[in-house]
Design a protein around this ligand. Structure first.
Ligand code: MD3
Ligand code: FE
Length: 237
């Protein structure tokens, strides 16, 4: 299988060289949960057990529908590289933001949503009080060091009563969680490898973003050297 689409460095040994505590760099963290705001539940580490199958499915998806830097409606190249799986995919170009059943780069449907993504998302959503979550879209974001996502709302979906489930893999990120108005001062939260966040209810339309990703000398996972992957499972229609 071609793993190049993910830019996974398969040949580099996993050095886990934290100067402070070299042997603990990759230990599984105990599963804990934290309410970031009403309707925003962080489930730390719950994706850890799914990582091998998630990465295997992800490699197949991006081999078929490569990660690409989309253009914003104003014509700027996004620093985050994106692809999708599932019946619908989120796209951005000069015409605007929208969901599309076809990958515009290939004129073909997006790859199917794998059972691993669906099971993890449904399990997390149920833990957060959304037992009937049926996503029809999964946006895949890949961050290299320096990539960021400016403060925005996710409002291209038709039904805001469904939550969005976010799965973080690889490099850690500082996540900004704002309010319902752009000017509301955001809180900051560290999202680490294996963390899952469910955003629903009163948090569904909060502004949010990701600060520029920093390279790390500790590798969260040998197949995710110096990249961060975020999966967001959504109900677009
Ligand atoms: C809060 N992705 O793809 S995930 C996005 O880490 C996006 O790649 C970020 O924002 C990432 O749109 C953040 C966390 C997230 C996702 C959706 C939300 C937070 C949210 C929807 C409402 C409120
Ligand atoms: Fe978002």
């Amino acid at each position: 299988m071609d793993m190049k689409g993910l830019q996974l460095s398969l040949s580099v040994p996993n050095q886990a060289s934290s100067p402070a505590n070299p042997d603990r760099a990759q230990e599984p963290r105990p599963a804990t949960q934290e309410t970031l705001a009403p309707g925003a539940l962080l489930l730390r580490g719950i994706a850890a057990a799914f990582v091998p199958i998630l990465l295997d499915d992800l490699a197949r998806i991006v081999a078929e529908a490569p990660l690409r830097h989309m253009k914003t409606p104003s014509g700027l190249r996004m620093s985050v590289a994106m692809s999708n799986c599932g019946p619908l995919g989120w796209i951005s170009d000069r015409a605007g933001y929208r969901y599309s059943a076809l990958d515009p780069d290939r004129g073909r449907p997006w790859p199917p949503l794998p059972a691993s993504f669906l099971q993890l998302a449904q399990s997390a959503a149920a833990q957060a009080g959304f037992p009937d979550f049926v996503p029809d879209a999964c946006l895949i974001n890949r961050y290299a060091p320096g990539a960021k996502l400016s403060l925005h709302q996710d409002k291209d979906e038709r039904d805001f009563s469904a939550p969005i489930v976010s799965v973080s893999l690889g490099l850690p990120a500082v996540f900004l969680l704002g309010g319902l108005r752009r000017a509301d001062r955001p809180s900051r939260h560290l999202l680490q490898h294996g963390d899952v966040v469910v955003f629903g209810g009163p948090s569904r339309l909060r502004y949010h973003g990701i600060l520029p990703i920093q390279a790390a000398d500790i590798t969260a996972h040998p197949q995710l050297e110096n990249i961060r992957i975020n999966l967001t499972l959504r109900k677009a229609r």
